[in-house]
Design a protein. Sequence first.
Length: 275
Amino acid sequence: RKEVRGKELDEEEESADDDGDANDDGGDGDGDDGDVVMEGEGKERTNLTENKKEALRLISKHSVNFRDPRYLTGISRLMGCFAFAPSSASPISSPSKSSQPSCKPLFSPSSSSSPSLPPSFYSSPNFPYKGLLECDYEQLAHQFQISFRVLCSLPPSSPLRVCVDAGDQGIPTLIKLSSVLSSQGNIKALGSDPSSSNVPIEMQLDKKMQFHSVFTCPVSKEHSSPSNPPVMLKCGHVICKGSMDKLNKSSYNDRVKCPYCPVQQSADTARVLHF
């Protein structure tokens, strides 16, 4: 009986030890889960920090290739954006349409990393780097289309669309000019003289619709035209053909002297330029 009772006590002690080990294992498991979460957050911060360093390294390496002053503003904005880069990543609310896919920016606000800057500051119109924190898919698609057309040697937009837009901007001015000329009793009102292709007014169009350079003669201060094209002299200076003809008439030896240097040449050797 003593032996049986002793075995039963030993078995109870072993089962109690097993339960204690199981409880210890369960406690260790909960601690491991917490460690995993903390480790994941630490890795996220480490990866974001490494991304910042890598981005700064790339900017420092490649910005020397864009020394033109027109790129200085863009590079300065990229460098200044790092001052607002948080230590943890979190998506920023974007005013884009719900049908568009969600966009996770490179840098996003975090209340824990920037307590002095509330999240509403990043969505404020006064925030200078708002465009770098949000994704505008419509603008991105438009820019992609323009770049693709340029690479394929195609115009940025349809020629028909350009003509319609130019007419939409120019027709109101032409209508006003026609009414003014008609009220003044001008017989040759706008459109009544088919032989004339010029109008006595300057048309203001957007820069995207201005495709041809306008040459102004440095001698007569007149704009070049099909009847008065720009010509390049032997020395390399360019004047209008009308100015060259006047210089040729005033010459006694049928030689044209450049008005800007002592080089002389025949009028027949001048080359007509086409811009």
